[in-house]
Design a binder for this molecule. Structure first.
Ligand SMILES: NC(=O)c1ccc[n+]([C@@H]2O[C@H](COP(=O)([O-])OP(=O)(O)OC[C@H]3O[C@@H](n4cnc5c(N)ncnc54)[C@H](OP(=O)(O)O)[C@@H]3O)[C@@H](O)[C@H]2O)c1
Length: 508
């Protein structure tokens, strides 16, 4: 049997986690730290993927001592895991320090410097990672304080201090550029790790492998053979506790600017010459640039915006978007968007690309559908209507691939029926995909930037999103109402029906 993913992660040939890194976690007491970052460290420790020496320095205001912080972390872990391995937990707690700090208090930064300096004197620290798990309004302020209080000058064996930034990176091109100008005056682009946690998902990492290591797909990956591409990211949940953020961002900034466009860039990019992070990013940037240059003159026919209204499901009232916590009762924010676009290049000219994402849809499902053209042998055309070949890359909740092809119906008079060949990755015990933050944390410590977004990717994607926003403000594009836990606005189906097509996800 081949190595399991866990074993591969334990001993990756091409990665190098150096002994004794310092991981300074700003926002160490927040939701993300409790639910994603520390659990990811726990999982890495359980797989024996961490070195003997390292320190996580978690900062926050709400606890005044390490034990209180560790108790809170332990309680969060219990809620997430069926069982906590005491040995792993002990190992982890030996490597966690808590440092009470307010972003506003300069003395706290002076003390943090003293503390890091002392620690670095005792042990030879290889790399230092500053992780900003905080509200975006603090990103620039913390980076400036890291510089002002000389945290970058504390000696390192490798002279590498990295900055990790959570999403969202700005709220439009202008604000993203302003933030980037500040960060890049302090850290080099090589050392700025912008998170799009979607890129850590196993099937997203698999896109390039599926495309490039299978000649049957590689040879057909263009306009001559592909009829249309669909990317869908359907959520069944509402906005939960993130109302304030969401009402400002909406689906366009929450899902399209980052996750959906990132997936599209991996599907549509030209083949990279090698697998270096820089080369892959350059190829992705070509797609983002193409999008930013996209002619949106037809956008009102190509875009459907929606917002969910209340509904009764199984006798229970499901709230409308406007009734959710912290949402303006007159909000015009779109919680759903479907978009049709084209890439005007040799590979994809005239191939429609349909993108869709929404909240409170009836099924949680993310995937990519690649539908092939109907270039059947003429001898089979006068039979019944044949189904096109279809490659489905399933991202979540199930991870896997399915391929639809036509076959002869047994014992029939040459009747043709479509069948599906399924590979269910998440069903296979030995595959046990690591969680995305596990992969991302491993990579940021190893210095591998492949799964992080470059400034060029971010900047062109914002330019594209800004253009759409301007357009729909100018043209006052309709906000279609759809019942909560339904399949979304009817207009989104119409968008494809007008082209003689239909959505290929399971949101029925
Ligand atoms: N939560 C998620 O699942 C999730 C998912 C994707 C992206 N993100 C992004 O991750 C970032 C963090 O989100 P979150 O949900 O973890 O936020 P959160 O729960 O509100 O946590 C914010 C953190 O910042 C600290 N903080 C706030 N003001 C501070 C100040 N003046 N001085 C020092 N510390 C301060 C808080 O510490 P104290 O309260 O202890 O002071 C807390 O640790 C955001 O950019 C968010 O967009 C979050």
């Amino acid at each position: 049997m081949d190595k399991t993913i866990d074993e591969l992660y334990k001993n990756p040939d091409d990665k190098n986690i150096q002994n004794n890194f310092q991981f300074i976690l700003f926002g160490g007491t927040g939701d993300l730290a409790h639910n994603k970052i520390i659990p990811a460290f726990y999982n890495l420790a359980a797989k024996d993927s961490l070195p003997d020496k390292f320190t996580i320095v978690a900062t926050g205001r709400r606890y005044d001592n390490k034990n209180a912080y560790l108790d809170a972390l332990y309680n969060s872990l219990i809620n997430k895991k069926e069982k906590i391995d005491d040995k792993v937990w002990r190992f982890l707690t030996e490597h966690i320090d808590y440092f009470q700090l307010s972003f506003k208090d300069e003395n706290d930064f002076k003390n943090l410097r003293k503390y890091l300096k002392n620690k670095s004197k005792k042990e030879k620290v290889a790399n230092r990672i500053f992780y900003l798990a905080t509200a975006p309004k603090f990103f620039a302020e913390i980076a400036k304080k890291i510089e002002k209080f000389n945290l970058l000058e504390i000696k390192l064996e490798n002279n590498e201090s990295r900055l990790v930034i959570e999403k969202p990176f700005g709220h439009d091109f202008k604000s993203a550029k302003k933030l980037n100008d500040t960060l890049s005056s302090i850290f080099s682009e090589k050392n700025i790790f912008r998170i799009d946690h979607y890129l850590g998902k196993e099937m997203i990492q698999n896109i390039m492998v599926i495309r490039l290591s299978n000649p049957i797909f590689r040879a057909l990956w263009n306009k001559d053979h592909i009829d249309n591409i669909q990317i869908y990211l359907n959520e069944s949940e509402g906005v939960k506790d993130r109302g304030k953020y969401y009402d400002d961002a909406g689906v366009i900034k929450d899902m399209f600017q980052n996750h959906i466009l990132q997936v599209l860039s991996l599907i549509a990019m030209e083949e990279p010459e090698n697998l270096s992070a820089e080369e892959i990013s350059n190829k992705k940037v070509e797609v983002f640039k193409e999008l930013a240059d996209n002619d949106l003159s037809n956008i009102d026919n190509h875009i459907v915006r929606g917002q969910y209204i209340s509904n009764i499901v199984d006798g229970e009232k499901i709230k409308s978007y406007r009734e959710e916590k912290e949402i303006d009762s007159q909000s015009e924010t779109a919680t759903f968007m479907a978009l049709k676009l084209f890439l005007n290049n040799e590979r994809w000219r005239d191939v429609p690309i349909y993108l869709k994402s929404g909240k409170r849809l009836n099924k949680k499902e993310a995937g990519i559908a690649i539908e092939f053209k109907d270039s059947f042998h003429p001898a089979y055309l006068d039979q019944n209507k044949l189904d096109n070949n279809l490659l489905l890359i399933k991202i979540q909740p199930e991870e896997g691939i399915s391929l639809r092809f036509n076959t002869r119906k047994p014992a029939s008079n040459n009747k043709i029926v479509p069948v599906e060949m399924e590979f269910c990755q998440s069903c296979q015990q030995f595959f046990n995909s690591p969680e995305n933050y596990e992969v991302l944390i491993y990579d940021m410590i190893s210095g591998d930037k492949t799964l992080f977004t470059s400034w060029k990717e971010v900047s062109y994607s914002w330019k594209f999103i800004d253009k759409i926003q301007e357009k729909y403000a100018e043209e006052n594009i309709n906000l279609h109402k759809y019942p909560a836990l339904s399949k979304g606005p009817k207009a989104a189906d119409q968008l494809l029906e007008n082209d003689g097509r239909k959505w290929l996800d399971n949101n029925k």
